[in-house]
Design a protein around this ligand. Structure first.
Ligand code: AMP
Ligand code: ZN
Length: 477
């Protein structure tokens, strides 16, 4: 039978494997304020946690920034370590006083509001070219784990109980303030901290608080109540990843107090070296040089722009054109200019095969997500007529959809192609270190999965048989 796909004898995979081998990931760690070489705790299980949205209203264009930033990082990690070896968790905060207020105002149930907002979020972020994270936990599904953590914090003396509240005592944690680089005094002066009679120190923060009968709540050792905001991320990341994971991300507005508090809760229990190894924060998005706000009428959602006829990918390009550690100033001109660029690229790649992801694009992204440089490289590819690699590089960055290259007789999905290349590289590596058992296991696995390979003097030539099964390949990683 005719193969679904045949690789060119020009061994595309080999060029890609070489491009991939040279990549060194460097990330800016906001905790140490320095760019570091990234080495995961376990390269077979790279773990990233990003704080997700509070779900009471449709995501605005600012909320999409961290989603796109960390999606680009997710794609890079999958590319380098293999998709099966990267786990990305992004939560939904579905218990919060803003949600309660919205329920009161609209007369709708909390569940109705949060379900609707979560569904909008998923579809809006997909329209911007983002992959779904591996885990999307909802805070309300982790109440037991939060209660357990609070109990542990109380038992170890890091928290105290007062008037049906559980409160974290910041004086008990020496490292408090290290992430944002502030002293307790600075924090107290600079932040609007809630002074309350039941707190020993105004900086102390709430782990659990009582709920009125008309408020959402759960039974707990401290009475009917609900969690404070910060404990959810500590509890969810511990449940999903354990005490330690690689990368924690979110918007810069979360560094203090949210992330500072997450660290205090988690490291008091897990030890100073536990929790996130690297912290990454995206700068904020502004509109026409001003902070987004409803009263300034500069507050809108990606969905509204898409409904006006802008493509999701053009919007994605607007985000990518500014480095994530710089403020992004959103303007209509940028939207129009990026739509023009996108239309031009899309026309160029429409009927092209998929080449390899440009090494320059990969290197730019690996250098602390230098997306503006990656886009400059994309322009160079377009200008020099390297359309195949333009297409591959665009797909890598989350552009050009995936519909254009799926289920076609001529091409296979970029994901499958990347997986195949990754496994070839694994086989090459296994042979290099004389691990013939692993090399044979891979070769047998290829046959099982319907991937036919021939070693020729020009390199490996491969094709997919009709019964090609990507699942079986995935199991080989
Ligand atoms: P929230 O729903 O307010 O908890 O925010 C969800 C995510 O969106 C957080 O990571 C915030 O840091 C981020 N975020 C909110 N507003 C902006 C903005 N204007 N620019 C960039 N990121 C933002
Ligand atoms: Zn968080």
């Amino acid at each position: 039978s005719t193969p679904l796909y045949s690789s060119a004898a020009s061994d595309v995979y080999k060029r890609q494997a070489i491009a991939c081998e040279m990549i060194k990931i460097k990330l800016y760690n906001s905790k140490t304020r320095s760019k570091i070489d990234f080495y995961p705790l376990d390269k077979k299980n790279v773990m990233m946690y990003v704080c997700g949205p509070t779900v009471y209203e449709r995501a605005h264009i600012g909320n999409a920034r961290p989603v796109i930033v960390f999606d680009v990082l997710f794609r890079l990690l999958r590319y380098i370590y293999g998709s099966k070896h990267v786990s990305y968790a992004r939560n939904f905060t579905d218990v919060d006083d803003k949600i309660n207020a919205s329920a009161l105002k609209t007369g709708r149930s909390i569940k109705e509001i949060t379900d609707e907002t979560i569904n909008w979020f998923i579809s809006d972020m997909k329209a911007l070219g983002n992959l779904e994270p591996s885990y999307t936990p909802r805070a309300t599904e982790y109440i037991d784990q939060m209660i357990l953590m609070n109990k542990e914090l109380l038992a170890k003396g890091f928290a105290y109980e007062a008037e049906n509240h559980v409160i974290f005592e910041v004086q008990k944690y020496e490292g408090y303030g290290l992430l944002s680089g502030r002293s307790l005094e600075d924090m107290l002066a600079g932040a609007r901290v809630e002074v309350a009679p039941y707190k020993k120190n105004p900086m102390d923060f709430i782990l659990w608080k009582p709920s009125g009968s008309d408020e959402p709540g759960w039974e707990s050792p401290w009475g009917y109540g609900r969690p404070g905001w910060h404990i959810e991320c500590s509890a969810m990341s511990r449940d999903i990843f354990g005490a330690k994971f690689d990368i924690h991300g979110g918007g810069l507005d979360l560094a203090f107090p949210h992330h500072e508090n997450e660290i205090a809760q988690s490291c008091c229990l897990g030890g100073q070296e536990s929790f996130a190894q690297i912290w990454m924060h995206n700068e904020m998005l502004q509109v026409d040089g001003k902070k987004m706000s409803k009263s300034l009428n500069n507050f809108f959602s990606p969905k509204e722009l898409i409904d006006e006829g802008v493509s999701g990918e053009a919007l994605r390009l607007v985000y990518l054109s500014t480095h994530y550690r710089k403020p992004l100033d959103w303007t209509e001109q940028k939207v129009m200019a990026n739509q023009k660029t996108y239309n031009k690229w899309q026309q160029l790649v429409a009927n092209s095969e998929v080449g390899i992801v440009s090494g320059n694009v990969l290197n730019a992204i690996a250098d602390d997500l230098n997306t503006p440089l990656a886009i400059a490289e994309m322009h160079k590819l377009a200008k020099s007529g390297n359309i195949k690699d333009l297409k591959a590089s665009g797909i890598f960055l989350g552009l050009f959809g995936n519909s254009s290259n799926q289920n076609s007789k001529l091409t296979i999905s970029q994901d499958s192609q990347q997986l195949i290349e990754f496994l070839f590289k694994q086989r090459m590596d296994a042979r290099k270190r004389k691990d013939y058992a692993r090399a044979d296991e891979l070769r047998d696995g290829f046959i099982q999965a319907g991937l036919i390979i021939n070693d020729t003097k020009d390199g490996i030539v491969w094709e997919l048989s009709d019964d090609f099964d990507i699942k079986k390949l995935e199991d080989l990683q």
